[in-house]
Design a protein around this ligand. Structure first.
Ligand code: ADP
Ligand code: MG
Length: 353
């Protein structure tokens, strides 16, 4: 039974949740689940200013474009570095997500943004989404969306800790009663580890490898703790002296050395957040454990090492690459239960006296 006009409107529209990640963009369509999961890359025609391709297709073009086409990552470092491109990207995503089912009313859109985003950046995301055709825009901090995606009891007076390791940024946040109690945003995440590996291979083996190769070896043989059977991979790069291709064998212990400083900084960041967490909430976190999410949660041994240094159990979230997007989906399907966790829209606040 349709009880109200509001309900009828909702039935007629397709609400959308977006995880605007630095590495991957995911879109959740109400009633359907995740319908888009693609790299956050946009290819632009610089003559017309139009988007030529988004996601996988655009990523293929990185480094391979003719003069008038450029492929960019508009969200590198978690901030909207290019407002117009981001708006084009959101428009493209909204259209693609509802392609079979275009409705009269623009969708309500829930967007996840990194914690610690400035007011100016929040406004940029809000405006970009509104201009892209949304009827309502709701903004949530990504660690909050991740906690909701993991189905942690965020609205209760109970502390939860989330570490979300993405491509450009790591969000460390302590949440209680629907709010972020303590948070820290580090620029050390997946991309930095890839760059660590590139620098290490250059200085140790005197060859130059690309980002894709570095990411592959990180995923295939990266491990924070040594295991009984050492892991190996052979990689091809350009010899720095001869300029010709050369192949070398790299081991998990090389990767450990390459990324050790970044991992130390990450652990320091976690400790700093714990040190300033109020005692009652800290005691909840100690009992319930820390939740690790984002693609970086999948680095072998990372959960163990954080547990060792903090003396707190660490859980890896199930399907860590989709927690934020699933969280935005849960929010949009129960928006009235989650009003408090959204970032307030300054335009809608009563004017200050
Ligand atoms: P963002 O939210 O910033 O878009 P994601 O949560 O999608 O980031 O995570 C992307 C990062 O996770 C990339 O740096 C990628 O290399 C890394 N990643 C993905 N899978 C793995 C894996 N199995 N092991 C280590 N790192 C991984
Ligand atoms: Mg993310």
């Amino acid at each position: 039974m349709i009880k109200s006009l509001e309900q009828l409107k909702r039935l007629l529209s397709n609400d959308i949740g977006i995880d605007l990640g630095t590495a991957n963009t995911l879109v959740y369509l109400h009633g359907k689940g995740i319908v888009i999961n693609e790299p956050s890359v946009v290819a632009l025609n610089t003559k017309t200013g139009r988007v030529v391709a988004v996601g996988k297709d655009a990523k293929q073009m990185l480094g391979r474009t003719p003069g008038h086409i450029v492929a960019v990552r508009p969200l590198v470092d978690g901030v909207i570095s290019d407002f117009e491109v981001t708006q084009e990207m959101i428009t493209y995503l909204i259209n693609k997500a509802q392609k079979e089912n275009k409705k009269l009313i623009g969708p309500r859109v829930v967007v996840g943004v990194p914690s610690g985003i400035t007011n100016v950046e929040t406004r940029a995301v809000r405006d970009a989404t509104k201009n892209a055709g949304a009827s309502e825009v709701h903004i949530v901090e990504e660690p909050m969306a991740a906690a909701i995606g993991i189905r942690l009891p965020i609205n209760e007076p109970l502390g939860s800790m989330i570490i979300d390791i993405g491509g450009g940024t790591t969000d460390i946040a302590v949440i209680s009663l629907g709010g972020v109690v303590r948070a820290k945003n580090l620029r050390i995440a997946g991309d930095k580890l890839n760059n660590d590996i590139i620098s290490y291979v250059r200085s140790e083996f005197k060859i130059l490898i690309g980002e894709k190769t570095a990411e592959q070896i990180k995923i295939n043989i990266g491990a924070i703790l040594p295991s009984d059977a050492p892991l190996e991979a052979s990689i091809k790069g350009r010899d720095l002296i001869s300029g010709l291709p050369r192949e070398v064998v790299i081991t998990d212990s090389d990767i450990r050395e390459a990324i050790s400083q970044s991992i130390d900084t990450l652990i320091e960041g976690v400790k700093e957040v714990l040190e300033t967490t109020p005692p009652e909430i800290l005691s909840d976190v100690m009992h319930r454990g820390i939740y690790l999410t984002g693609g970086g949660a999948l680095i072998q041994g990372l959960a163990e090492i954080i547990a060792e240094y903090t003396k707190i159990p660490v859980h890896i979230a199930p399907d860590p690459l989709t927690t934020v997007c699933r969280g935005t989906g849960i929010i949009l399907e129960n928006i009235d239960n989650f009003r408090d966790v959204l970032i307030a829209n300054e335009d809608e606040l009563p004017p200050k006296k």
